[in-house]
Design a protein around this ligand. Structure first.
Ligand code: K1U
Ligand code: ZN
Length: 167
């Protein structure tokens, strides 16, 4: 197992569109193990392969307090959504930034599990927010792109200043 490096916003590679996985192999399962270890160590409640510079459609989520309810989604697709809810989000690729984002309240997702078996899952609450946030990563979208252009440019300036000061 290994802890992987998480790309930091505004790294251009975070805007890469992930490709569907044609098959679930031993290499996929190794990546799942490494991504789960990386998410738990961060700590975070989700991680998309894009964030570790692997541009394949794979995400892991665990919103449980006991940190033992790992969910794996390969080639995830939102097939239905309803309602709207505003919730505060964070991102392991944008440390220290928490902002409110409005998303669907409930989603139904089709995906493959770690064994390549298809499943359909209805999600709500933090789980629904998290799966939408992670699927956005696979599409090359970072949650700060939901903020106003003014907030985004202030955020980029703050990150640049912080990097200059810590170099
Ligand atoms: O994708 C990511 O960068 C992970 C991100 C997921 C997420 C959190 C909140 C709303 C939407 C999506 C995080 O895990 S940020 C860290 C975080 O929220 C957290 C960390 C430790 C315990 C509980 C939450
Ligand atoms: Zn994120």
């Amino acid at each position: 197992m290994a802890i992987l490096k998480i790309l930091q916003y505004p790294d251009e590679r975070l805007h890469t569109i992930a490709k569907p996985l044609p098959a679930v192999t031993a290499a996929t399962r190794n990546l799942i193990r490494d991504m789960a270890e990386t998410m738990y160590a961060a700590p975070g409640v989700g991680l998309a392969a894009t964030q570790v510079d692997v541009h394949e459609q794979l995400i892991v989520i665990d919103i449980s307090e006991t940190r033992d309810q790992l969910m794996v989604f390969i080639n995830p697709e939102i097939i239905a959504s309803s309602g709207e809810i505003e919730r505060e989000e964070g991102c392991l690729s944008v440390p220290g930034v928490y902002e409110k984002v409005c998303r669907a309240e409930r989603v139904t997702v089709n995906a493959l599990d770690a064994h390549g078996k298809p499943f359909t899952l209805e999600m709500d609450g933090l789980q629904a927010t998290c799966v939408q946030h992670e699927i956005d990563h696979l599409k090359g979208k970072v949650f700060v792109e939901y903020l106003s252009l003014l907030k985004q440019s202030r955020l980029r300036a703050k990150i640049k200043k912080h990097r200059r000061e810590t170099l």
